[in-house]
Design a protein around this ligand. Structure first.
Ligand code: PSU
Ligand code: MN
Length: 302
């Protein structure tokens, strides 16, 4: 069922490092043309780090591992591209549609292709008000079963960060602060919540991944990499803006799969693009770390 580029297939077959990249962040996470510029830049950073990038999406109903420049342009600009989480995969595949994959569905397709490291911006999680809306991202349940390390900048406070961390504990998912004792909150290095575990090098993270999977503990590992200090938006500053965006969303009655894309777009509007610059900086930062982790993980098996 998968289309895998020759480059990615060869790298996997010969034990060279490969880093998976998601596509919802391109189609539904950032405006055009910054989204396609980001996608190209991130692939370049993975290459500079000595790994092969594999951006993942569904194109013409085909789950595709490794995309061309034209594919990236289509995902960035075509309005017909659907946001595809796990439950949406059968629909876009059976109908031959284009889909941008979320963390959950990118993880699943990466694992099917044999890729163990995945770089994104932010993880989905437990939404604020989930006690009545039941809105908990399928990213969390996917982490219980699919054995892929997810490098992210934590979760943003459009979510309930405390409940998200509790849920990850219940689900048995290791959450590592990379070089930090505090769990980061995407735009900010701090969140007010401790990182459940801390590791300080890519080799240590690779060692934890191997230990988990050697123990037969299937499922993902969350690597929370704080945004670089120079790109950070302080938590107090972004907190007010997020409250405003959440209020606007409720007033418009937006819910479900449209919630996260709406909030991301609204925050870019309110900050006149400052949040977009921070978002791009943190994804690029994660790509550097992801390439280093993939390289360290492959070295364990050499
Ligand atoms: N958080 C971000 N940017 C994103 C997303 C989350 O900062 O682009 C996207 C990811 O694809 C994530 C998805 O997997 O939103 C979660 O959506 P939902 O809450 O509908 O599961
Ligand atoms: Mn949701």
């Amino acid at each position: 069922m998968l289309t895998v580029t020759d480059e990615v297939r060869d790298a996997l077959a010969s034990g060279r490092p490969v880093v998976a990249l998601e596509s919802t962040i391109i189609s539904h996470g950032m405006p055009y043309p910054q989204n396609v510029e980001m996608a190209r830049a991130v692939e370049g950073i993975v290459r500079e780090g000595g790994a092969v990038p594999a951006t993942i999406a569904v194109l013409h109903g085909k789950p595709t591992i490794g995309l061309s420049a034209d594919d990236l342009e289509l995902l960035a600009s075509d309005e017909s591209v659907l946001k595809v989480s796990i439950r949406d995969l059968p629909y876009v595949v059976s109908r031959g549609l284009h889909g941008a994959t979320t963390v959950a569905s990118t993880m699943r397709l990466a694992a099917l292709a044999g890729i163990g490291v995945f770089v994104t911006g932010g993880l989905g999680g437990v939404h604020r008000g989930a006690e009545t809306s039941y809105d908990v991202s399928a990213d969390l349940t996917e982490l219980t079963t699919t054995s892929v390390a997810v490098v992210c900048a934590g979760v943003k406070s459009i979510l309930d960060i405390g409940l998200t961390l509790e849920k990850l504990e219940t689900l048995g998912v290791p959450v590592l602060g990379f070089g930090t004792d505090e769990f980061p909150s995407f735009f900010s290095r701090s969140s007010g919540f401790a990182a459940p575990m801390r590791l300080d090098s890519p080799a240590e993270i690779a060692g934890l991944m191997r230990a988990k999977w050697d123990l037969g503990l299937a499922g993902g590992v969350v690597v929370a990499n704080p945004i670089p200090a120079e790109a950070e938006i302080p938590a107090e500053e972004i907190g007010v803006i997020i409250e405003q965006a959440l209020g606007d969303m409720d007033a418009l009655g937006i819910r479900g799969k449209d919630a996260t894309p709406y909030l991301l777009g609204r925050i870019v509007e309110i900050t006149s693009g400052e949040s977009l610059r921070a978002n791009i900086a943190l994804v690029e930062h994660n790509a550097r770390l992801g390439a280093a982790i993939a390289t360290a993980y492959v070295a364990l098996h050499a």
